[in-house]
Design a protein around this ligand. Structure first.
Ligand SMILES: [Zn+2]
Ligand SMILES: [Zn+2]
Length: 376
């Protein structure tokens, strides 16, 4: 990893937590939970419910948001404030004039609402110029294609009574910036599952190669807290990694070692990890991902008993556009057709059919592999 990439990763993740021995941590948390009797657990649950309850403000909030006039006033006011911050911070080089603050010709309901908002004394209630540091437009990876159908189960992994729930995110490199990564999915596992389960459930295009190449035979390497984990039968990746490290420096400090356990034997219980620390994974030759542990928590009564890992978030797929019309997503990848000027060339079905048959021999027409959302 080059210094630029390390810096970008630091700005996207972290700060990492202290090292957590998941096995010990789970044992301790379960003991504390079981030491409480039923009644005490109920009391704690009610206390949390009371503390987190928004009943006190629910009605007044809904009264405002259900009134189109008031909701529009708040929305417009917020948009204008944000736009003015951008102009005053000179973030955009365009010479836009700051929009005037909200018009003074309010209808009576709106004026009343504005007066009550102006009367709020809490300083943090209003946006101030420092807020600009924390504002950005939404990215593709902020959206979730699973929003409507909720968490999606991927296999039949069952939750044991001693299991806790582990949430992790997978980040992929992007093609247009060497040192940038984007989140490609977020999943929840139970702690008796293994690193092999993590590798198997990561959605990745190289697992769907149409050419008959079987990626499951290529193995996988995961680097986690100074240890290298890999598939049982494959020694290729770690062998290459260590010979590369040896070639970099004869006096390589002995900080990276092979784990005694392979991916298949390494349950989450057996790991020492830090939350929010990106861990490097490579498979299918040169396909890289970063795995980040987001959360470790006790199981809740509402958690499903089986179906782990669950997909919690998958951003919408970015599809290649047809090179012919540049309007619709490409459906075919054409290899070796001299008329197209590039090979492979991706085209939509309509553009490919309207070109007619090729006179070339050995032209291959392959359906484009599309990133798919996990099926339910
Ligand atoms: Zn991959
Ligand atoms: Zn087209």
């Amino acid at each position: 990893m080059n210094p630029g990439q390390a810096q970008t990763l630091e700005s996207l993740f972290g700060p990492p937590s202290e090292l957590i021995d998941i096995g010990k941590f789970v044992g301790c948390a379960l003991n504390q939970d079981q030491a409480r009797d039923e009644g005490e657990r109920d009391n704690v649950a009610h206390e949390i419910e009371d503390e987190c309850s928004v009943d006190g403000i629910r009605e007044s909030l809904f009264n405002v948001w259900n009134n189109p006039l008031l909701a529009a006033h708040l929305g417009k006011g917020h948009d204008k404030a944000v736009s003015n911050f951008h102009v005053s911070a000179n973030l955009t080089k365009r010479t836009r004039k700051a929009e005037k603050s909200v018009s003074s010709t309010f209808s009576s309901g709106v004026e009343e609402l504005q007066q009550s908002l102006d009367a709020v004394e809490l300083k943090a209630f209003r946006l101030n110029t420092d807020s600009i540091l924390f504002m950005r437009t939404s990215k593709n990876s902020d959206y979730n294609v699973l929003e409507k159908k909720g968490p999606v189960k991927t296999s039949d992994g069952a939750k044991g009574s001693q299991d806790v729930i582990i949430t992790l995110s997978v980040y992929d490199k992007v093609a247009w910036a060497a040192s940038y990564v984007k989140r490609s999915s977020q999943m929840s596992f139970c702690s008796s599952q293994t690193l092999e389960d993590v590798y198997r459930s990561i959605p990745c295009l190289t697992k769907e190669m149409p050419s008959g190449y079987d990626p499951s035979t290529s193995g996988c390497l995961l680097y986690l807290e100074g240890k290298v984990y890999q598939n049982e039968e494959q020694d290729g990746y770690s062998g290459k990694l260590f010979s590369h490290l040896d070639s970099l420096s004869k006096r390589r400090p002995n900080i990276i070692e092979r784990s005694n356990a392979n991916l298949h034997d390494s349950t989450f219980h057996s790991l020492n990890i830090r939350l929010r620390e990106p861990y490097w994974m490579v498979h299918s030759g040169n396909c890289e991902h970063f795995v980040v542990f987001d959360q470790i928590r006790l199981a809740h009564i509402a958690d499903p008993l089986s179906g782990y890992p669950f997909f919690l978030q998958v951003p919408p797929a970015l599809l290649d556009l047809c090179r012919g019309c540049t309007k619709v997503p490409a459906y075919w990848s054409i290899v070796g057709d001299i008329r197209l000027g590039e090979s492979p060339c991706v085209l939509c079905d309509f553009c490919w059919k309207s070109m007619g048959d090729s006179e070339e021999e050995n032209v291959k027409v392959i359906p484009v592999t599309k990133p798919r959302a996990p099926a339910s």
